[in-house]
Write a new protein. Structure first.
Length: 130
């Protein structure tokens, strides 16, 4: 994990080995999250005031392959998962206390699944003029 000046492309801060190789970083307000994808299946909060030190890591389900995160409130968020047809409802305030209650529930996205049983995580398809 690193902070990079996009203008100069200079690495400002770096913390090697914090996340998995297939992780993505998301910022929600003043909070920073790493979604450790395939094989790790976790959400990790990083401390932006302490060189991105990990604050906590919680699972979003074995084999779930988390894709993205959105917070709706300090104690409620949603995680999309590539390999599940259910959106995870999470409580990110539970992370620092040991992850009990982190997974609050799910929302079934099965009605939007295609032939493989999973909904595709894509944006709207462009319309082509004929």
């Amino acid at each position: 994990v690193a902070t990079i000046d996009v203008r100069t492309r200079k690495v400002l801060r770096e913390r090697p080995g914090v996340t998995t190789a297939d992780a993505v970083i998301r910022r929600q307000g003043d909070r920073v999250f790493a979604l450790n994808r395939f094989g790790a299946n976790t959400v990790m909060e990083l401390d932006p005031t302490d060189d991105l030190a990990p604050l906590w890591t919680c699972s979003v389900g074995v084999g779930s392959n988390p894709h993205d995160i959105v917070l709706a409130a300090p104690d409620k968020g949603y995680v999309t998962r590539y390999d599940w047809a259910k959106l995870a409802i999470i409580d990110p305030s539970a992370g620092p206390t040991g992850c009990a209650g982190f997974l609050r529930g799910t929302i079934d996205l099965g009605p939007w699944a295609d032939d493989d049983g999973f909904p595709d995580i894509v944006g709207p398809r462009p319309r082509h003029k004929r």
